[in-house]
Write a protein that binds this ligand. Structure first.
Ligand SMILES: Nc1ncnc2c1ncn2[C@@H]1O[C@H](COP(=O)(O)OP(=O)(O)OP(=O)(O)O)[C@@H](O)[C@H]1O
Ligand code: SF4
Ligand SMILES: [Mg+2]
Length: 358
């Protein structure tokens, strides 16, 4: 079920699963055992309201990147469907090709060929690592021109250059002419991330998955990059899925929050609701871990009320997958997976505690 009215959304995914099969070990082969799967995403519904920032928050390895990549078509989900409301140009082509529809959205899960190529323009990603994600042997101009060439945009080199200059100006790398012939190693971390953002937007992106875009940057430039991204969102009617492990960053920039644990979204809703009134024990524990000032203005980090370590995504606990670490676990939690309960306005939490209270 959707948290939001469909008319407010630009993209959503339902029942999404992404499993990676692992190569069988020698013992498994000799004992005729089946290979094992990494259940990176394990039954997720995700909704992206248009022109809003939706965050995906969770610990390392919980499946954030895999989910982000799957909703923009970079990884094909094992199960589930992804629906998108495209630009006019793409919509005409989808209509012509008979792409299946639901509630005015097109099912993009299995598209290929020309439609897939046009989708790639509209659904983009900004990677975490501003260092590793730029080709060190290409200049800034070449990096930004490459997607234009691949997609056959721009009649001439001059026309493409104009687009590259505009893209650099948009991400505030000015004067743009000074950056065109630089290589990535000649840029600072913040400048590289600006080039990454420019590359994501140069083809006219509508939805951007921003995968921990500031986590590898110096604290001093994080705020600048976040502000740039928010300004671009307003100016270009962008929609973000913002991936972060940092609930403090999420609470500042996101309109909606999804808390992910071991392949599942355990709590979701408007940011204010989730931060001020967290309902799921995992969200409550994550919030305790956010440093807070004490009455004397000193920053205090409290001990997180969770037991043990995150289990492996190869061996997900039965019932509520959080139960081995949860301080409130009950018998039912070990046996049955909790459904999502509506716990506030547009606010959902998947925990058996809410049933007990009814
Ligand atoms: N191509 C792959 N093959 C096998 N396992 C994978 C693959 N990609 C990811 N995984 C596994 O899937 C799970 C989720 O990984 P993912 O990178 O999506 O997590 P994440 O939340 O983005 O983590 P991080 O915060 O460290 O970036 C992890 O257990 C990871 O080891
Ligand atoms: S369902 Fe049970 S184990 Fe899971 S979070 Fe709720 S109380 Fe804890
Ligand atoms: Mg990741």
């Amino acid at each position: 079920m959707s948290t939001y009215s469909y008319k407010d959304l630009i993209l959503f995914g339902e029942g999404l699963k992404v499993y990676f099969s692992l190569a069988r070990s020698l013992t498994e082969v000799l004992t005729f055992k089946k290979g094992r799967n990494v259940r990176a995403v394990d039954g997720v519904n995700i909704y992206l309201p248009r022109n809003k920032v939706t965050c995906l928050v969770g610990e390392s390895g919980c499946g954030k990147t895999t989910l982000g990549r799957s909703i923009i078509g970079l990884i094909r989900p094992t199960e589930g469907r992804i629906y998108y409301k495209p630009s006019k140009e793409l919509e005409e082509l989808m209509e012509k090709e008979g792409v299946p529809k639901r509630e005015g959205f097109y099912d993009i899960t299995d598209v290929s060929g020309k439609i897939y190529k046009l989708l790639r323009r509209e659904l983009q990603i900004v990677f975490q690592d501003p260092y590793g994600s730029l080709n060190p042997r290409m200049t800034v101009k070449e990096i930004l021109e490459e997607p234009l060439i691949i997609h056959g945009i721009g009649e001439s080199e001059d026309e493409r250059l104009e687009m590259v200059i505009k893209a650099l100006t948009d991400v505030k790398l000015t004067p743009p002419e000074e950056f065109l012939n630089l290589y990535p190693f000649q840029l600072s971390g913040g400048q590289r991330q600006r080039v990454n953002i420019a590359r994501a937007l140069i083809l006219g992106a509508k939805v951007v998955v921003a995968d921990e875009p500031v986590s590898m940057l110096d604290v001093s430039i994080r705020a600048e990059i976040l502000k740039l991204m928010l300004d671009l969102k307003e100016n270009r009617d962008l929609t973000y899925l913002f991936i972060t492990h940092d609930l403090a960053v999420a609470s500042i920039i996101c309109d909606y929050i999804n808390i992910m644990y071991l392949g599942k979204i355990v709590e979701r809703g408007p940011t204010d609701e989730v931060i001020k009134n967290p309902k799921h024990p995992y969200t409550q524990a994550l919030l305790v871990a956010v440093p807070q000032p004490d009455p004397k203005g000193r920053w205090v980090i409290k001990e997180v009320p969770i037991k043990g370590e995150v289990p492996s995504a190869i061996n997900i606990p039965p019932g509520c997958r959080f139960h081995p670490r949860c301080l409130y676990a009950m018998d039912i939690c070990q046996r049955e997976e909790p459904p999502e309960y509506l716990v506030g306005k547009d606010h959902y939490s998947a925990c058996w505690l809410h049933k007990e209270k009814k």
